[in-house]
Design a protein around this ligand. Sequence first.
Ligand code: CDP
Length: 239
Amino acid sequence: MKIGQPEKFIIDGKRLDGRKPDEMREVKIQAGVLKRADGSALVEWGGNKVIAACYGPREVHPRHLAKSDKAILRCTYNMAPFSVSDRKRPGPDRRSVEISKVTRLALEPVIFTNLYPRTTIDVFIEVLQANAGTRCTGITAASVALADAGIPMRDLVPACAAGKVGGEVVLDLFDIEDNYGEADLPVALIPKNNEITLLQMDGNFTKKEFEKALDLAIQGCMKIYELQKGALRERYGGE
Ligand code: CDP
């Protein structure tokens, strides 16, 4: 069911789903959910349900894509036809090609690809249910799946978006805010060295609003980072 444009996005300091402006939706992360993948993760983030599966390092097909000095990383983001309210036509489209690419660029810097020349590391991201912020949910799931597969990495890559609705900067938009809001700013980063690996912007911010949104998104990423580590701890024990 599609809900029309709301008159107000924030009433008495609360958003339409009851959250405070700087509050994230509930996030649950589980590592190792698929038997046949080398590594996997399920992330439930508000109304999003996303599974990531990682395979490799393994032989590259077609062979000519192989690099003699490092592994290649391939990421495929796919949205299930039943994941959104208007059925999505199955198969790749411009949006999924774009999200697959930015996901690869967000994750590549943390992987020690030089350790596995002539191989590929493949990551499949399947969106089973979507409610705004699926690229951040996908990147978050993919980096846990990579770690679960035992791929040597410098760090995990958490992701989170901030946005603007009703003139106010808020954390982690849900679908009504995403559809009718003024701006969306998805961010992914490498916590260890504070390096941003994904920064996209949809809509308009003033410079001040942008700085506030970026700050909020970074704080969101750090919360997600703790949950990612928690999911791996849960599966493998340790600190
Ligand atoms: O999901 P994300 O915010 O990263 O990407 P988006 O392109 O800004 O899409 C925002 C939301 O629109 C998605 O999360 C879905 O909930 C919804 N959407 C949809 O309903 N149908 C599509 N074909 C694509 C997206």
